[in-house]
Design a protein around this ligand. Structure first.
Ligand SMILES: NC(=O)c1ccc[n+]([C@@H]2O[C@H](COP(=O)([O-])OP(=O)(O)OC[C@H]3O[C@@H](n4cnc5c(N)ncnc54)[C@H](OP(=O)(O)O)[C@@H]3O)[C@@H](O)[C@H]2O)c1
Length: 306
């Protein structure tokens, strides 16, 4: 593949062999890029999967079948991080049920992330225990304090649960631009493992202080809402891909949006949500091949102004 000065190979970020099982697994000529979780050095594939709204469905097989295929393709195509929350209706239970039906070699790839979203220590512990039950997991990889709700209380519990091996990493999240200062303060003072934040070509507030704070403190970053809940696709409907998309090896807008985010060096992984098995393949493709450098990212931001 030809590189230009404005792009760099994902290889520079370190590549790990990604799963190649499954026919329609999103396999490409290159494996998915991975980035280290700074506190442990464990490498995480850069494309994850959100579950808000998309996995909040009932027991009906007609609704579950496409979600099962999304999970199968995601894991077979090299993805690992699956993000949920007790706030997302049935999503945790649906993820737990559907993973249980996948072959063990795929199921075991999942890096399960969920959240605690309540007030008070006892309520938090009860809710987290319920999440483990719904996810059918003896432990989750990452437990995050959702929207910073009662975060001081919950971080104390998360540290204890981590010591007991019931979670592997602790983090905090918030979706609102107005909460980024508080997220930054927690990142700087609390030594958490992960912060989950909103960031996209159309929403760049995190670039000012929070992303640099994460990089300086060795905090892993999960990026939520990469498509602005789908608004970005609506904004470019009918618009041809820009010429520079070719330099990135991107053949869809989804890859352009995700590669913009992954071009930021502080980002560990991005968690786009989809219930569509074709879309998950597109999204996985963004984790392969070149990413934009700073100059191309500036141009992307100018041209992707919505
Ligand atoms: N939204 C929040 O406030 C919030 C807060 C905290 C955490 N999070 C976490 O971040 C995750 C991601 O954010 P999000 O779910 O709000 O929004 P998002 O990932 O920015 O956008 C999801 C939307 O994009 C569409 N989509 C996905 N891939 C596509 C593709 N390749 N082509 C066209 N359309 C595509 C999906 O529809 P299809 O199903 O049709 O593909 C869905 O409507 C959440 O699921 C959750 O885990 C979100």
């Amino acid at each position: 593949m030809t590189m230009t000065r404005r792009t760099f190979l994902a290889a520079g970020l370190g590549l790990a062999a990604a799963g190649r099982a499954g026919g329609a697994g999103g396999e490409g000529p290159l494996p998915m890029a991975t980035r280290p979780i700074p506190r442990s050095g464990e490498r995480l594939p850069v494309i994850g999967l959100g579950t808000w709204r998309t996995f909040d469905v009932g027991p009906d097989e007609a609704e579950r079948a496409p979600r099962r295929e999304v999970l199968r393709r995601f894991l077979a195509g090299g993805g690992r991080a699956i993000d949920s929350s007790p706030m997302y209706g049935a999503a945790e239970e649906v993820v737990g049920d559907l993973l249980a039906g996948l072959p063990p070699d795929l199921r075991s790839r999942a890096f399960l992330a969920t959240k605690v979203w309540t007030s008070g220590r006892a309520a938090g512990e009860a809710q987290m225990a319920e999440s483990l039950r719904k996810l059918r997991a003896p432990r989750v990889d990452l437990m995050q304090v959702h929207n910073l709700l009662d975060w001081r209380e919950h971080l104390a519990t998360l540290r204890a649960w981590k010591a007991q091996g019931r979670i592997r990493y602790a983090g905090v999240t918030h979706y609102a631009a107005g909460a980024l200062d508080e997220l930054e303060a927690v990142v700087r003072r609390e030594g958490i493992d992960f912060v989950q934040l909103p960031y996209s070509a159309a929403r760049r507030e995190a670039e000012a202080r929070l992303l640099p704070a994460a990089a300086e403190t060795g905090t892993a970053v999960l990026v939520m809402r990469p498509f602005e809940e789908g608004d970005l696709f609506r904004a470019v409907r009918g618009r041809p891909l820009p010429a520079w998309a070719g330099e990135l090896g991107a053949s869809t807008w989804s890859e352009v949006f995700l590669k913009f985010i992954l071009g930021h060096p502080a980002v560990t992984a991005v968690i786009p949500a989809t219930a569509n098995p074709e879309h998950v393949l597109e999204n996985l493709r963004a984790g392969r091949g070149p990413l934009p450098d700073a100059a191309l990212r500036r141009r992307m931001a100018r041209e992707l102004r919505f």
